[in-house]
Design a protein around this ligand. Structure first.
Ligand code: NAD
Length: 424
């Protein structure tokens, strides 16, 4: 077969530009000084490292790793580390800024950061991933720290990688420091409720938004793109509250059952099937992208950024979009979605449950004490609901979308704090 040069993706948007466009609108609404606007738009620190790692076959492969600290105005910076072949510095910059706004929206004392390594963990052995994680940690030893910058899991990473990171950091500084990273296994000081926290926050936000839209959760239909950590827990918790999850998807495709998919069964199936829904029974398989345009009450993109774009925004039929993923909707698609009257609970609000419980994990590590799951859930639900109410009120006050309102809430907090702290 002859090689065909891939055509350029005409409407592919740079996620950093998408984030900046919304930031600019919110800054204008707030009448932000140009000086502060310039401070807040620039990442505080960007680090790029080369990580030579010995592979299982004895060869040495050099991986590229990033850490971007967008802001540490509100406190130590916080943000996940992503292992994916598509990691790009612009993406990491956008995700770091998102973390700043997200922490400010839910009113926790953190700045924003993000990291990533260009790699394909699906094609690497556990030993290779461990060596890569330890090499990355050592390269970032001056950056990370419980009072400086606190990593967490993101796409392609989980408790296992966080344990290696915590161990390598602790060895380097000479004593166990579990507060350097969150999303750890429970025995290493992880928090009860952390694994499901982002999906739980998505559920709380979805129910709060449904209440405003007068959608009865009992029997409301819901489609969820992405069946990883965020998507599967959001599905499970919404199903428990009466919502009918009629379709789910992952990289293998989308699965539809108008009567409702049995979510606990789908989770068990995925867990026994190498993390994939491929071959799921009790549902019809359709092409993955079609999940976004199904006739449902609630759509939850919980896979990756830039999936709702000008190409498909017009075809979306959901009444409510709750963004489990970071940046699933491109800036240009915002207007189309808004004009269609679709209510969007934006990423920096809807998926902030994870960072909220990460904060609880850090607090517990520093206290040297463990909270019960009930306490964690109760407190995170309250934070998520308060944040939703605050953003909703702000959207009414300025007559803007929830997305712009969330940016207004966040930027206002960071800007006011910066004014008090002052610069050089
Ligand atoms: P994950 O790796 O556990 O799961 C990702 C899921 O998305 C997998 O099921 C994968 O198959 C699927 N997927 C990937 N590309 C897809 C595509 N093109 N179409 C359909 N499905 C696709 O990741 P996660 O932790 O659930 O994170 C998902 C999103 O949520 C990311 O945008 C992440 O930044 C964001 N997020 C995660 C957390 C967290 O606590 N894990 C917190 C906040 C935001």
């Amino acid at each position: 077969m002859s090689y065909i040069e891939p055509a350029p993706i005409r409407d592919h948007e740079n996620p950093f530009e998408s984030m900046m466009s919304r930031f600019k609108i919110a800054s204008e609404i707030l009448g932000l000084d140009e000086e502060i606007y310039n401070v807040l738009k620039s990442p505080a620190k960007q680090v790029t490292v080369s990580l030579p790692v010995t592979m299982d076959d004895g060869s040495v492969k050099v991986f590229e790793g990033f850490r971007v600290i967008h802001s540490n105005i509100l406190g130590p910076s916080k943000g996940g580390v992503r292992y994916d072949p598509g990691v790009h510095i612009d993406e990491v910059k956008a995700l770091a800024a998102w973390m700043t706004w997200k922490c400010a929206v839910v009113d926790i004392p953190y700045g924003g950061a993000k990291g990533g390594i260009v790699c394909n963990p699906r094609e690497m052995s556990a030993g290779e991933i461990e060596r890569l994680t330890r090499a990355y940690t050592m390269s970032m030893i001056e950056i990370f720290g419980p009072d400086r910058d606190i990593p967490a899991p993101d796409m392609g990473t989980g408790p296992r990688e966080m344990a290696w990171l915590m161990d390598e950091y602790s060895r380097a500084i000479g004593h166990t420091t579990n507060a350097v990273v969150t999303g750890k296994p429970l025995v290493l000081g992880g928090s009860l409720g952390r694994t499901e926290a982002t999906g739980r926050g998505v559920m709380v936000t979805a129910l709060a938004a449904m209440e405003k839209l007068r959608i009865n959760p009992y029997g409301a239909s819901c489609a969820i793109q992405g069946f990883g950590n965020v998507g599967s827990f959001a599905a499970l918790l919404l199903e428990e509250r009466g919502v009918k999850v009629t379709s789910i998807s992952d990289l293998s495709g989308a699965y539809v059952n108008e009567g409702g998919i049995d979510i606990p069964k789908a989770i068990d199936y995925r867990n026994d099937n190498n993390g994939s829904l491929e071959g799921l029974t009790g549902a019809d398989q359709i092409p993955g992208k079609e999940i976004l345009t199904l006739e449902v009450d609630v759509l939850i993109p919980a896979a990756k950024e830039d999936v709702i774009t000008i190409k498909n925004a017009d075809d979306i039929k959901a009444k409510l979009i709750v963004e489990g993923a970071n940046g699933p909707t491109s800036y240009k698609a915002d207007k189309i979605i808004f004009d269609k009257g679709i209510f969007v609970a934006p990423d920096i609000l809807a998926n902030a449950g994870g960072v909220t419980v990460s904060y609880f994990e850090w607090v517990q590590n520093r206290l040297g004490y463990k909270w019960t799951r009930e306490r964690v859930n109760r407190r995170s639900d309250r934070i998520m609901k308060d944040a939703f109410d605050k953003v909703y009120k702000t959207s009414e006050k300025y007559n803007v979308s929830l997305r712009i309102a969330a940016y207004v809430v966040a930027i206002d907090k960071v800007a006011r704090t910066y004014k008090y702290r002052g610069g050089y």
